[in-house]
Design a protein around this ligand. Structure first.
Ligand SMILES: O=C(O)CCC(=O)C(=O)O
Length: 299
């Protein structure tokens, strides 16, 4: 990432890198997406009851992971995963040891497909994906990289965001969130086939404008995280696995609660401790007598 890109990224919370894929590479990915498109399914997304975001259901790929498609279709997605144009920027954005947290996700909107209400930017505050800047370096633990295989003309729909909102200190007005009265704060940047988009997924207010183009949207989103962050719903690593068995043997439920591996969210408080006014430490949720979820360790 050069100094100009770093400036734009820090200022706005997103960055477009032009022309990363050649015409031949775009064609190769599109062949793989033609294969995957048979498993695109309709999903209703929240639109905040706004006419500006309304439309036919969203169209996301729901098949096996794109990285696991039969050869040769998985190949272009595997190359995207640790592509030099991605890695050289992600290590500055997310720090060394960046990892794929979830995805890739394929959006295949057609003309009239609905948008998605704008989200992120600390509502609620999620320090794990917030943007931090200290002592000359910055960190954003949740960065999405979107590979675009079809043009997204400005005003035609697709990714939309409020530039600089990752530094905003105040609540997002409802009209900006659902784009009914966006105050001119929302931008839907022009992105061309072959470009890649980086955005602060979580730290920045972002979402989707309805697709208005005659051609289909073909965007593939890779959701990265810093090595120390966990963004998506993954298997919980139980105390015995995360630590050695003899270390956790015989622990109380409260002691066990702090020995689980990292995970996002609160799992209904099942591994969350509270300290009562009288000094009693107890589990916030109903984890059962042995400190485990009633249904077992994984979700
Ligand atoms: O349509 C897009 O690219 C934005 C998707 C989005 O809001 C997200 O991945 O959180």
């Amino acid at each position: 990432m050069n100094a100009e890109e770093r400036y734009f990224w820090d200022l706005t919370g997103y960055l477009i890198v032009r022309g990363v894929l050649s015409a031949a590479e775009i064609e190769e990915v599109n062949r793989a997406l033609d294969f995957a498109a048979t498993k695109v399914a309709d999903t209703r997304e929240p639109t905040g009851d706004s006419e500006e975001l309304a439309g036919s259901p969203s169209r996301w790929y729901h098949g096996e992971n794109l990285l696991a498609l039969p050869h040769p279709h998985c190949a272009p997605f595997r190359r995207m995963l640790a592509h030099p144009q991605v890695v050289q920027r992600l290590v500055q954005m997310c720090g060394k040891g960046v990892r794929l947290d979830h995805g890739p996700q394929f959006n295949n909107a057609v003309k009239g497909t609905q948008g998605l209400i704008l989200h992120g930017a600390g509502q609620p505050h999620r320090p794990v994906v917030a943007y931090h800047h200290q002592n000359g370096s910055s960190l954003c633990n949740g960065v999405t990289v979107t590979w675009n295989l079809a043009d997204c003309p400005a005003g035609g729909g697709g990714f939309a965001c409020v530039p600089a909102s990752h530094k905003s200190k105040y609540a997002v007005p409802a009209g900006v969130r659902n784009c009914a009265d966006d105050m001119g704060a929302v931008v839907q940047p022009e992105i061309r086939a072959g470009d890649i988009l980086f955005f602060m997924d979580g730290a920045q207010t972002h979402g989707t404008h309805p697709w208005r183009n005659e051609h289909e949207r073909r965007s593939v989103l890779f959701k990265y995280a810093g090595r120390t962050a966990v963004r998506a719903h993954m298997d919980l690593v139980s105390p015995e696995v995360y630590w050695e068995e003899q270390i956790v043997d015989g622990m109380t439920p409260e002691e066990l609660a702090v020995m689980w591996g990292p995970f996002p969210g609160d799992h209904d408080g099942l591994h969350e401790l509270v300290c009562d006014e009288d000094g009693t430490v107890r589990l916030a949720g109903d984890a059962g007598a042995d400190g485990r979820r009633p249904t077992g360790g994984n979700e």
